[in-house]
Design a protein. Sequence first.
Length: 146
Amino acid sequence: MIDVRLTREAIDPQRAIKLVESDDCGAVFLFLGTVRDHNEGSRVRGIEYSAYDQMAELELNRIASEAASRFLVDRIAVEHRIGELGVGEVSVAVAVAHGHRSPALDAGRYLIEELKKRVPIWKKELYEDGRREWVDPTRSPAEAKP
């Protein structure tokens, strides 16, 4: 079971868990990405996510299929929010279930890292001082410093 989707509604982590849980799975990995209140020394009031929906869902499915094959997992759910989110809101949920923890953890990490690199979802940070700036989701904080 692979379930991926984009949504404009609030993400419910329990939904992701319910999609993947099964009596034969001893491990459920859940990752939640949330909007933090700062970036590179600036106070953030929110993030606006936009996407090319059809292409994003296609690439999410491709990544989930790769993870399923690579880590031998068959219970994956990925949900990414689109639109304007405030600090503390969940922007992405990744859930993976497996009989053992290592495949669930490895697949979960693969999913979130590949999602950030490959899926056409863009984020614009909304700063408390009124600025709005596009952010490269693949760049680490260390790379952001001059």
